[in-house]
Design a protein around this ligand. Structure first.
Ligand code: ADP
Length: 265
């Protein structure tokens, strides 16, 4: 908030009035600041892999390509960095699509119980870590009108994080609960957790609790920001609860009308 204060003063010098104009500059300035910060973040996120790649390619060009030991390692680094940039650009495109006004969801009535089960199956089949999965899902169907592709991406982002931060031998628990007007979907892990003061920031673009560590894990810092936009586009909410050192639960809700279920029974 900015205040302009004018003093109304008579020639005699006596002050007989004060006019205070309070401008609500917070909104516009906040948007400008966020935009500048966003551009700075994007530039930084792209510069990091690019400078890494430049030094490795330089070393290769200067002769490392002839070393059978070193050359594959250096090429591997440039490949990893290229993939990170592709992920980043794809995430950015996704966000910019959602920012534009003509952004539309392609909604269908979907049984979210089998929908969620299928996604968990895919992760269970391809997981390489020693992590156990536990499902606490209803054994009957629950139909919700959703954009399946978008919500697949939301759940993918949440499960990938749960696996990324899970310790060896940890358990990941999947829940789907029906409430009166909402279906709540959640994924809990037994990982490092998130400090209390950071918990609400994890849905902001580029926010990471531990930049160095999560960058090593290949994250872009955009996954949960995308998830939040998509859930909110559905009229739902997304939130996190966590205990440092014990684990994290990421949950989201979707508007649900139980009476619709009768049509499908
Ligand atoms: P990233 O690509 O870095 O994973 P996200 O937007 O998906 O970006 O997540 C933002 C940050 O939130 C992560 O960098 C991490 O610090 C934190 N985070 C997200 N999920 C978890 C989790 N399951 N356990 C611990 N920290 C998490």
């Amino acid at each position: 908030l900015r205040a302009n204060v004018s003093v109304i003063q008579k020639e005699t010098g006596f002050v007989n009035g004060l006019i205070a104009v309070l401008h609500d500059i917070t909104e516009q300035e906040k948007i400008d600041m966020e935009r500048r910060e966003f551009v700075a973040n994007v530039s930084h996120e792209l510069r990091t892999p690019l400078t890494t790649m430049r030094s490795y390619v330089e070393a290769l060009a200067e002769g490392a390509w002839q070393d059978k030991e070193i050359a594959p390692k250096f090429l591997d680094v440039t490949q990893t960095e290229t993939e990170r940039m592709i992920r980043l650009v794809n995430d950015l495109l996704q966000l910019s699509k959602m920012d534009s006004k003509d952004y539309n969801l392609t909604k269908e009535w979907i049984n979210v119980v089998s929908f969620f089960n299928r996604i968990i199956d895919r992760f269970e089949l391809s997981k390489e870590q020693n992590v156990t999965f536990e499902r606490k899902l209803p054994d009957h169907s629950a139909f919700v009108e959703i954009d399946g592709d978008k919500l697949t991406q939301v759940i993918d982002n949440i499960i990938s994080n749960a696996l990324k931060y899970s310790p060896e031998g940890g358990k990941v628990t999947f829940r789907l609960e029906e409430q009166n007007d909402f279906v709540n979907i959640s994924v809990s892990d037994e990982g490092v957790g998130i400090p209390k003061e950071n918990i609400n920031k994890i849905f902001e673009r580029f926010y990471r609790v531990d930049k160095a560590r999560t960058r090593k894990l290949g994250g872009t810092g955009l996954g949960l920001a995308i998830a939040k936009e998509m859930v909110e586009a559905h009229g739902g909410e997304i939130w996190a609860t966590s205990q440092e050192g014990k684990g994290t639960t990421i949950s989201f809700s979707l508007p649900y009308d139980r009476t619709e279920e009768d049509d499908w029974a």
